[in-house]
Design a binder for this molecule. Structure first.
Ligand SMILES: Cc1ncc(COP(=O)(O)O)c(C=O)c1O
Length: 340
């Protein structure tokens, strides 16, 4: 099967497995796993942050960050389609007892002027205290849309003027940086905390890293322990993540080219209503007849191709490390043969 359902489906390469096999390990809850320590400091340095924390998933890094930034009863501002709200099992309420202010915005992205209107006046006891702004870059529901660096800077200036922390759900931040070409350390300086997934486009089997100041990560380490996320000799999986960061960032642009090839082919089909303009590795297709979504996915499956339903009348195809140029060419041929 050629699996376009998600960039989370990649398998570790032989070279990555070799790095994992030979990784030195220790007890990470004692801070003694050399491979985890190396991954945390490497990632922190790359993004210009003081410290890092290796966690099991992007959901965990996001939820820990929210828990550190926000007090029960406080409010998080995020996009209405953001992963932290929509796909983390109600974790903001459950883990942190916080409320959420959901904002609209073009393709999963927020704008400073809109955020500014929704910051609750702290002197008025009726309102929950706004305590965090969270962005997602790239924005998954926005079809892998990328913030411009200027948009982020404007939001940072606003947050700073109000003393509000700014969190980044950077599950696919390396895809974003491959497009806007901003130095990760300069980009990272705009955020108080960053969650980076190693197991998406970068191709590691497991793990995410949370970044921030030393004081922030100290608190985050406690929250990770409370959530049962303190791992022991997890250096073997951290080594896969470090390998991914060191060897797979520069190739993300190939995935983006593959996504553009799919986009162009989808555009030409009569059964396709529209395709979100591809910026990174996610292709979102809207169908002329929404009722045909599952039939179309079945036809793809009969050709050995997997895509994903992405809401009513919508499909998602994600390119990644395990999709070759030949497989993209094959898929483009088959797209033209789909007859819903
Ligand atoms: C934008 C975004 N944030 C966070 C996550 C959570 O990552 P994980 O699946 O590792 O919990 C995902 C996963 O797909 C995602 O797409």
């Amino acid at each position: 099967m050629i699996d376009f359902r998600s960039d989370t489906v990649t398998k570790p390469t032989e070279a990555m497995k070799e790095a994992m096999f030979h990784a030195p390990v220790g007890d990470d809850v004692f801070g003694e796993d050399p491979s985890i320590n190396e991954l945390e400091s490497y990632t922190a340095k790359l993004f210009g942050k003081e410290a890092g924390l290796f966690c099991s998933s992007g959901t965990q890094t996001n939820q820990i960050a929210i828990n550190v930034h926000v007090q029960p009863g406080g409010e998080v501002i995020c996009h209405e389609e953001s992963h932290i709200y929509k796909y983390e099992g109600g974790g903001i309420a459950k883990n942190s007892g916080a409320s959420v202010r959901l904002l609209a915005g073009d393709r999963g992205r927020l704008e400073a002027k809109n955020i500014a209107q929704w910051i609750n006046p702290s002197h008025d006891v009726h309102f929950p205290l706004t305590q965090l702004v969270s962005l997602e870059d790239t924005a998954n529901r926005g079809g892998g849309a990328v913030y411009s660096f200027e948009q982020i800077q404007e939001i940072k200036v606003l947050c700073q003027s109000l003393g509000l922390p700014l969190h980044l759900d950077g599950a696919r931040v390396c895809n974003a940086l491959a497009v806007n070409q901003v130095d990760p350390a300069i980009y990272g300086a705009e955020f108080d905390s960053i969650s980076i997934c190693l197991s998406k486009g970068l191709g590691a089997p497991v793990g995410s890293v949370l970044l921030g100041s030393k004081a922030f990560i100290h608190k985050a380490r406690r929250v990770r322990k409370v959530m049962g996320g303190g791992m022991r000799q997890a250096g073997m999986i951290a080594a896969g993540g470090l390998f991914a960061l060191q060897h797979h960032r520069s190739r993300l642009i190939e995935d983006h080219k593959h996504a553009q090839q799919l986009e162009e082919t989808f555009h030409r089909q009569t059964w396709v209503k529209s395709v979100l303009a591809v910026q990174t590795n996610i292709v979102v297709v809207s169908l002329n007849d929404p009722t045909k979504r599952d039939v179309i996915l079945e036809q793809f499956k009969s050709f050995g191709i997997l895509g994903m339903a992405f809401g009513p009348g919508m499909l998602r195809f994600v390119t990644h490390l395990d999709i070759s140029p030949e497989q993209v060419a094959f898929t483009c041929e088959k797209i033209a043969l789909i007859r819903p």
